[in-house]
Design a protein around this ligand. Structure first.
Ligand code: PGA
Length: 255
């Protein structure tokens, strides 16, 4: 099997305003324009900024792909506030984050709907980044594996293996997101191995990202783990210099 290409994703969440997207992309292109042969990158801006960021990427940093933070499973219809996967295709989006814990917890997206979203994205050739992760309470109750593997099984229900070449998973412990308290490399190693094993049993061969308070300082320790193929980055992706440093540091372990 060919080695998995590292992937670094910038999840801007509900941050930044028009104009800031282009400035970010210009700066990132200058910082990372050279010497990134074996790495994939994407930026997932807030939906109204996808167009602006897509144009900026085409001009200043075509090496980096365009992403989105969610999508619906239907191509169109009466779904106020939702985003069509067909629209994302038209906008040039190559990656979409699905089942993020903020969507699962704050907006009550169940596994059954996430499965539909994943399927719809993959059917259109968009790389689906399916997020799984346990809460602090579940972690303390030592239920992490049970919870995460259940999320995985349920969120992949009916996702055909033939369309799943573009499937990516992200292990994001909820207690590590935006808290500055990243998982230890030992926890990440154990969880990523469990996730990869389960994915194989289910018939998928995805790249698996770690997410949760990843920084330029701690990325190297994660990337040393065989089953960690990259990172989904929130806070540290808002500043181009920080995100570029994180990507560079992450790649040093793979040279
Ligand atoms: P964080 O967010 O890097 O700010 O912890 C990660 C994420 O939620 O994807």
């Amino acid at each position: 099997m060919t080695a998995r290409v590292p992937l670094f994703a910038a999840n801007w969440k509900m941050n930044k305003l028009p104009g800031e997207g282009e400035a970010f992309v210009r700066a990132l292109g200058e910082l990372l324009g050279e010497g990134l042969d074996r790495a994939d990158l994407f930026i997932a801006p807030p939906a109204p900024m996808i167009h602006e960021v897509g144009i900026a990427l085409a001009h200043f940093f075509p090496r980096c792909s365009l992403g989105a933070q969610n999508c619906h499973w239907l191509g169109s219809g009466a779904h106020t506030g939702e985003i069509s996967p067909d629209l994302l295709v038209q906008l040039g989006v190559r990656y979409v984050i699905l089942g993020h814990s903020e969507r699962r917890i704050l907006y009550r997206e169940p596994d059954s709907e996430i499965a539909l979203r994943v399927k719809a994205a993959l059917e259109r050739g968009i790389n689906a980044v399916l997020c799984v992760g346990e809460t602090k309470e579940q972690f303390e109750q030592k239920e992490s594996k049970k919870v995460v593997l259940e999320q995985l099984r349920n969120s992949l229900a009916d996702v055909p293996k033939e369309t799943a070449a573009e499937l990516i998973l992200a292990y994001e412990p909820v207690w590590a997101i935006g808290t500055g308290l990243a998982a230890t490399p030992e926890i990440a190693e154990e969880m990523h191995l469990a996730i990869r094993t389960e994915a194989h049993v289910l018939g998928y061969h995805p790249r698996i990202l770690y997410g949760g308070s990843v920084t330029p300082e701690n990325i190297t320790a994660f990337m040393k783990i065989t089953d960690v193929d990259g990172a989904l980055v929130g806070g540290a992706s808002l500043d181009p210099a920080k995100f570029a440093a994180l990507v560079r540091a992450g790649l040093t372990t793979r040279d």
